[in-house]
Design a protein around this ligand. Structure first.
Ligand SMILES: Cc1cc2nc3c(=O)[nH]c(=O)nc-3n(C[C@H](O)[C@H](O)[C@H](O)COP(=O)(O)OP(=O)(O)OC[C@H]3O[C@@H](n4cnc5c(N)ncnc54)[C@H](O)[C@@H]3O)c2cc1C
Ligand code: FES
Length: 320
């Protein structure tokens, strides 16, 4: 099955985990088995809002070996564009949604000697399926999980049950700060570190690893990047012969999709490279927000990742 062929799922259970996070259990709406996945995978959930179709990626928290259901944890983002609010306020037990097949951009390198997992807040979600794999392999690992306050530590009891003494919980309000240099110090050769959380945490872990002499190949990260608002512009889709207006609140990818043009994607978060478009012409500047293009590719001005990047211009012409 291709990632963009969607699967109908029925919401079987909704569990409030913290004041901001709900966990949703999804089963195949036709009663069949769901595609298997590997630890760190996400699905893209489609939600029909009152004025738009939201397509948001969410990491899978359930066991990779359980084809009976998927679980996702959704943090409500009140300042976002409504997808997570829709999940919290409109979706109920029995609701039917469509989801993509799982895609993994954050896999565990299972042959490594040891695994250090570092999560901040909602960034814990992809680690649940990693933990299932690590426990099954009886692999050496540590889980470092930072939350703002005790009320946001709703997953801690469950994580304690899974990881036992390998869980290190940091409640920032209690003055218990996670120090990345300390966590990375003295780890055996062949250890990899995985981080998922706010941008500042990811940057700090990468910097601490570099400072401690870790090579980039041993440092893995996933950021829950979303499209940011911007100034409206016009995009000419040269091959389709269509011109679309990209409003301030929609991404270029969403504007292309809304015009009925099929555009590829996997992550919708600037990481996978799948949505890359060739820029044929623009009268302004490209605003790159992805993690995929190199500095040279950005400077070249010929490539754009429409899931998170946009342009500050009157008009951009794209080869799609
Ligand atoms: C690979 C991947 C996995 C993910 N996994 C999870 C997960 O497991 N759980 C989870 O909760 N989320 C996850 N996300 C994030 C998720 O897809 C959504 O981005 C999130 O739920 C917010 O969606 P939204 O529609 O409410 O807001 P979005 O429109 O997606 O906005 C999110 C952010 O964009 C900014 N923003 C957007 N519009 C505005 C505006 N008008 N004004 C100001 N700021 C704005 C804000 O900073 C806001 O925090 C993941 C993302 C990726 C890329
Ligand atoms: S869909 Fe992955 S980078 Fe755009």
């Amino acid at each position: 099955m291709k990632p963009q062929e969607s699967i109908p799922v029925r919401v079987a259970e909704i569990e409030p985990v913290t004041p901001l996070i709900k966990r949703f259990t999804l089963q195949h709406a036709d009663g069949g088995a769901l595609p298997r996945f590997s630890g760190g995978s996400h699905i893209v959930v489609e939600m029909q809002g009152h004025d738009r179709l939201h397509r948001n990626p969410y990491s899978l928290m359930s066991s990779p070996w359980d084809g009976d259901h998927y679980q996702i944890g959704v943090r409500r983002v009140d300042e976002g564009r409504g997808g997570s609010r829709h999940m919290h306020e409109r979706v109920t037990v029995g609701s039917v949604l469509r989801v993509s097949a799982p895609v993994n951009l954050f896999p565990l390198l299972k042959t490594r000697r040891k695994h250090i997992l570092i999560a901040g807040g909602i960034g814990i979600t992809p680690f649940f399926s990693h933990l299932a794999e690590l426990e099954r392999l009886d692999a050496a690992y540590e889980l470092h999980y930072a939350v703002r306050s005790q009320e946001h530590a709703g997953f801690a009891v469950e994580l304690q049950r899974i990881a036992g003494s390998k869980l290190h919980l940091y409640v920032e309000e209690g003055g218990n700060q996670l120090d990345f240099a300390t966590v990375l110090a003295g780890q055996p050769l062949g250890t990899d570190v995985y981080v998922c959380g706010p941008a500042g945490m990811i940057d700090a872990v990468r910097q601490a690893a570099r400072a401690a002499g870790w090579s980039d190949g041993h440092v893995h990260w996933e950021q829950f990047l979303a499209p940011q608002p911007g100034v409206p512009f016009e995009a000419v889709l040269a091959r389709s012969g269509i011109t679309v207006q990209v409003g301030s609140e929609v991404s270029l990818l969403e504007a292309i999709e809304a015009a009925g043009v099929r555009a590829p994607y996997l992550c919708r978060g600037g990481a996978c490279g799948q949505c890359e478009l060739e820029v044929l012409e623009t009268d302004g500047e490209l605003l790159h927000r992805d993690h995929y293009l190199s500095a040279e590719e950005r400077a070249g001005g010929r490539k754009l990742m429409p899931c998170v990047s946009r342009a500050r211009c009157q008009r951009v012409v794209l080869a799609i």
